[in-house]
Design a protein. Sequence first.
Length: 445
Amino acid sequence: MRGNCTYLEKARIAQKLGAKTLLIASKTALSPLSGNKTDFKDVTIPVALVRYIDIMDMQTLGNRINVTLYSPPLPEFDYSMFVIFLIAVLTVALGGYWSGVSEHEDLKAVASPEDRETRRKKEENVTFTPLTVILFVVICCVMLVLLYFFYKWLVYVIISVFFLASAMSLYNCLAALLQKISFGQCRISCCNKSIEVRLIFLAGFCIAAAAVWVVFRNEDRWAWILQDILGVAFCLNFIKTLKMPNFKSCVILLGLLLLYDVFFVFITPFITKNGASIMVEVAAGPFGNSEKNDGNLVEVPTERSAPHEKLPVVIRVPRLQFSALTLCGMPFSLLGFGDIIVPGLLVAYCRRFDVQTRSSSSVYYVSCTIAYAVGMVLTFVVLALMKMGQPALLYLVPCTLITSSVVAWRRKEMKKFWKGSSYQVLDSSRKPLLQDDGTSGLYCK
């Protein structure tokens, strides 16, 4: 049986007692044995993991039974990575663009000092100050540790939060598209407010979609599609809604989360008793530690009625190739929402800065989006070479921050980019304070 000791300890004990082969029976989900090759250099016997129910079936067949150990080969390239790449880059690009559209509409709508003050107060409620950034990272660390120790209880809290947040996010995304359609705008009065009927139906549809995912979330053959749709909507809405006030806040946020990601992926295996990464254990869920080995989760449940719960905070795409493993379970490639949202906040800031400075080429937005794509490619290359899960922010953060800094430095706008462009677009009827050459951007009220 699996028990509490590691596969390596079992193998060494079995080999010491003279065993020729070690079969480890599991009553829980199966996952490929993980670990470094150097750890197993003194193990010379074959080690395999089988379902407990299969062991019981073999016992009923008596002594006249032949079995064969088979390790199915894995292809060199996983095409699901290409799908994840497209999802991630398009989500970041669309989220940043949407944030820029919102900024452009806000600037056009501001006509009076009163409106300008109202907008300024509104922005303070949706922006991150450096202190808020630090507090946010501390909360992330505490939450991750709590999930590691109390996973089987807190996972349902996260599922409930994701249900509400994803339904709201899907509504906001689709409502923004619906506003571009001119027909079907009939309204009804409710609670002294006029509400569009189509928005009521849209809200019902979004809640129903999220509810379907909650009910069928463990149906891996198709539920991953719905989870990815809800996840993309969540990321888009988050990137659009949360505004970074300046590049300084972006550097603090991305830098701290980079350290957070690296620590919980690479450092925690030296701290935990089983040598597992806290980040990988939480992201893959219990019994999904194969993520540490090759970046793919392979689930083979012992009973169809006993799936294990997983956190819905990742983009999940099944591996797009035929393998003997897919006959028993469904292997997935995963990308956390944080690897989309965190760099996406910088891309969104770059887009808003382009709008505020009236950059016709959108140079900050375009360059930062390309840098994010390059960072994703680097992540996949290192993943393929090292055959183990990677903290994507280790490659995404340097690519995006360095690229944005170089662009600002080359355009001689680093000071404004660092502090944020908080100027307001005023109408030309205001009297300028300086009239020497007509180029001053300062106007009196």
